[in-house]
Structure formats: C-alpha cells, structure tokens
Design a protein around this ligand. Structure first.
Ligand code: UD1
Ligand code: MG
Length: 508
C-alpha cells in the first residue's frame, strides 16, 4: 500500500469484558490461533502505521506480556480507570504527542475485521480528506450497539449509544462497528470537548462525530461490505458464534485454494495453519498453531495437530500430535500420540497405541503397535516389535537409545537406555536389553522356559482352568477312565485323532 499519510493505530483494550466472566482479560481470549487482540493487530498490520498504541487497563500486566510476544514494537499505554472510549483515546494520544496524519482507532473486541476492509476505510477517509470516518454496517440485530444517525441528506449527524437513543433511533439497524479513522489534529481538538453527559457517565469516542459534524467538519461513513466482519465479542456465546464464522471463512478459503475438507463443519483450522493443494482433511479434525500439511496428505478423521508438520502424501488417522514432524508418505495411527521432537522420516510408520517423544525414526522404520518411544534414534527400515518400550528414564535423568539401520526388535522388548542396538542386529522377543547389541548380533535375555506338569490340577483345583485342563487330558488320553488327577501328559499323540481335537497345539 502506498503511504501518503502518517498513520497511528490506537487499539482500545483496557476494558474488563465483564460479561465474559473470566479471569482472562477479554482481548486475550483465543479465537482459532490468535487472541482477539492478535486478530485486530493482524488486520491493522497492512496499514503500515508509524506507531501502534494499545490502551491497556484491566489485566494490564497480562496484556502487556502478550503484546511483548506478538507485537513488540507496539506501545502499551495505561488507562488506569476505564472512563470511556473517548477517554481511552485521549490518554493514548497524550502518550504520543508528536502524532500527526491519520489516527485509526480500533476496538479490541472486533476480531473478524478483514485487513482489506480496514485498508478501504482508511483509503476512503484519506481520499475524502475527512475529519472523521466511521466503519458502519447494516445488521440484522443491532441490540446493544451504537446507531448511525443520518440526516435527511444521508449524511452522518451523530452516533448514539443504544442506552441514550430515542425509540426511533433504536429502530435503526445501521450500527457503529467500533473502527474509525480520524484526522489527528481535529480528533485531539474534539476529544478535549467531550462531555460525560450520558447514561454511563463516560467520555464517548463516538461523540467526536457529532462535535465535528456540527462544527462543519466533514464526517463520513464507510459501510463494511460484510456485516459479520464488524461483530463484536461481549460474552462467550458471542465468542463461540465468532469462532464458527471464522471457521467457515478459513475453511472456504482453503477449499478454494484446492484443499479437500470432507466435513467443514467439524474441521477447525487456526488462521496460522498452512495447507498445500490436494491435502485432504477428514472430519473432526483440529489443525492448530504453526501446523503445515503437505499436498496429497490425508489427515483425519479425529485428528488434532498442534504446531506439527505433515509431509506430502503422509496419512494421519485418529491421532494427536504436538510439535511433531511427519515425513513424506509416512503413516501415523490410528490412535498414535506424537509429542514434541517426534520426527518421522519419509515412509516411516507409527501405528496403533504408540507414543513417540523426542525421537527420530529413519526412512521406512516401523513402530506398528503398542509402544513407547522416548529419546530414541531409530535407523532406516528398522522394525520395532509390538509392545516394545524405550526405557528412557531412570527416575532422575533421561537417556537415549539408538537402534541401527534395519535392526529388528522382537515384541515386548525393553530397551533400557543408554543403550545401542547396532545396524542389522536382532533382539529376541521378551528381552530386557541393558547392554549394547553389536551389529548383526542377536541380543537375548530370556531365561530358559520351564513347564511344570500338572501344576494347575494341584494348585488351582476346581477352577475353570483345572476343568479345561482335565478335559484336554481326557481327550488326549482317549477317555475319562484313563485320566487320573495330577498325572503328567507326556505324549499328546497317544490316543484320539484330529477329530477329537487332540492334534491341535498351542500355536494353532
Ligand atoms: C462501542 C461503541 C458503540 C459500538 C460498539 C461496537 C462507544 C461509546 N460505543 O460500544 O457505538 O457500536 O463499540 O462494538 O465507543 N475500552 C477501553 N477503555 C474504556 C472503555 C472501553 O479501552 O474506558 C475498550 C474496551 O476494552 C473495548 C472497546 O474499548 O475493546 C469498546 O468498549 P466496549 O465497552 O466494548 O464498548 P461497547 O459498549 O461495545
Ligand atoms: Mg464492545
């Protein structure tokens, strides 16, 4: 945007937001990836203001801390007592006495305003050489809002708060959106003349329009193209309604850029997320923060991704990921939990009921079932058997485990860190590995198996297990008469045949 004028942006964010009934100041409530204040500042960013002032009051410390994070160049100015929007702007301008050019004032609780609308308002104001311009909208329900009162010639006469309005004025459906552009000198002058002669006993910024208008200064109205942009947020019901509107707006934008959303009503994408063309998002999915999804990837149903990157062609199904990277063509879930530092290289797999934290999986490596992988480096094409646990914590410190390329870890293994399994090594199922396994070796820690014949009949007599064992023995020995309590079965092939079930073994 060309910048013929000096510009100052003033955001009003000192109010408590009583109706939110919250310990959090209203402007810090989150809405799809940004706070209300964050949305407003983002919409104002293309104005390339020389200065941005944020009026803080309720929860000033929290709001200042948030500002330092999201807009460190903005200047917070304290309004210790909230004596009205006019008072707030007066205090803001007192803090920046050198201000000249255009002053754009934005209520901190109008988060759906588009940058384009803000820019159009300011361009119209500067183009017309107006003293003051207000953003207005025709709304279906104007309850609680200031009304735009126009004269017979259609020009703005004044802005009247609902509580101060006559019945005829209340019937007007053109409202003040709470976004304005002013000529700074004339604004300053009018702010000095505000009265508190109204129902709330406050200094109303909106009275500036009546004052300037009756002094013959040009005051104008800029009508927003889409009234939903001007919706404010005064309680949590309104916040939820704004969230749905913003969700629909975000989802529509992604669908128009070539992303498939299979159920847009249950898909919640933060404004900060990026999706590539031909990504597919299935239902009940939340994509939050700095999440990025590559082209051809399929995410969902039932997935939450927070600050996570999913590569092209990957699939993530019924899973939760925070701070994770999923490589191209990799597969996650169903029911996986990827925690910060989980990095899955291309075509790797993290399957069902697997948790991964601060670990790298090499290309094509697989952890298909029921495992915990913490603080590990797993080589390319390694296979980690079901129920393998990377034992990373000794109660005091965390330690790393390394599994080499194409190593094979049998099911139900504990890898007790720090430990290393070399490339191409095997670990026998059920092992507890606390010493390194060299490349190509088999690591095994199992004790030899011992079967104690007749133990169940002796020690668990009368149980259903004992009865089942008795029946098995009878059919193996060809009849009840041959079976004696406690007798060991040495030869299952003796008597009976496959038809009697005796030919079946435990591995069938
Ligand atoms: C205001 C407008 C109303 C408009 C509506 C749009 C006035 C007098 N009225 O009403 O015409 O239709 O916004 O949403 O301006 N604030 C301060 N300090 C104060 C008072 C308010 O910083 O002393 C901040 C609040 O935090 C909020 C913004 O100003 O972000 C607007 O205040 P709010 O009390 O919500 O005004 P409304 O009654 O909604
Ligand atoms: Mg309000």
């Amino acid at each position: 945007m060309s910048q013929p004028h000096l510009r100052t942006v003033v955001v009003l964010a000192a109010g408590e937001g009583k109706r939110m009934k919250s310990a959090l100041p209203k402007v810090l409530h989150p809405l799809l990836g940004r706070t209300l204040l964050g949305h407003v500042l983002t919409a104002a960013a293309p104005l390339t203001a020389d200065r941005t002032v944020v009026v803080v009051g309720h929860g000033a410390d929290q709001v200042r801390a948030h500002l330092a994070e999201i807009a460190p160049t903005a200047t917070p100015v304290l309004q210790a007592e909230q004596l009205g929007t006019g008072h707030a702007v007066r205090i803001a301008l007192e803090a920046v006495p050198e201000t000249a050019g255009t002053v754009v004032v934005i209520n901190g609780d109008v988060p759906l305003l588009r940058a384009e609308t803000m820019a159009a308002l300011v361009a119209a104001h500067e183009g017309d050489g107006a003293a003051a311009t207000v953003l207005a909208a025709e709304v279906p329900d104007p309850t609680g809002l200031g009304r735009i009162v126009r004269g017979a010639d259609g020009r703005l006469e004044q802005i009247v708060e609902e509580r101060d309005a006559t019945p005829a004025q209340r019937a007007l459906r053109e409202i003040n959106a709470g976004i304005y552009a002013f000529d700074s000198a004339r604004l300053r002058d009018a702010l000095g003349k505000l009265s508190t002669d109204n129902d709330q006993g406050e200094e109303y910024l909106t009275d500036v329009f009546g004052l300037l208008g009756s002094a013959g200064e040009p005051v104008t109205v800029h009508v927003a193209p889409d009234h939903t942009e001007t919706l404010g947020c005064n309680d949590r019901v309104e916040l939820a309604a704004l969230r749905r509107l913003l969700r629909d707006r975000v989802n529509e934008r992604w669908m128009r850029t070539g992303v498939s959303l299979l159920d847009p009503e249950t898909t919640w994408i933060d404004v900060t997320v990026a999706l590539d063309r031909d990504a597919v998002v299935d239902q009940n999915t939340q994509l939050r923060g700095g999440t990025v999804v590559g082209g051809g990837a399929v995410v969902g149903p039932d997935v939450t991704l927070i600050d996570s990157v999913v590569g092209p062609g990957a699939t993530v199904l019924r899973s939760h990921a925070v701070g994770a990277e999923v490589g191209a063509g990799a597969s996650v879930g169903p029911y996986a939990y990827l925690r910060p530092g989980a990095r899955l290289a291309e075509k790797s797999k993290v399957g069902t009921f697997v948790e991964v934290k601060n670990s790298e999986l090499g290309a094509g490596a697989k952890v298909p079932h029921l495992s915990y992988v913490g603080d590990a480096t797993i080589g390319a094409r390694a296979n980690i058997g079901a129920a393998t646990i990377f034992v990373n914590y000794d109660g005091v410190d965390k330690h790393r485990t390394t599994v080499g390329e194409a190593a094979f870890i049998g099911c139900d293994t504990s890898l007790i860190a720090p430990v290393e399994v070399g490339p191409g090594a095997y670990v026998a199922a059920g092992s507890a590995i606390a010493q390194d396994v060299p490349a190509g070796a088999l690591g095994v820690t199992r004790a030899p198996q011992r079967n104690i014949d007749g133990w169940v009949a002796r020690r668990r007599a009368g149980t259903r297990s004992a009865e089942a064992a008795q029946r098995a023995r009878e059919s193996a020995t060809g009849g009840a008469s041959a079976a004696r309590e406690g007798e060991a079965i040495h030869d299952r092939a003796e008597g009976g045949g496959p038809a009697s079930g005796a030919g079946h073994t435990a591995s069938d």
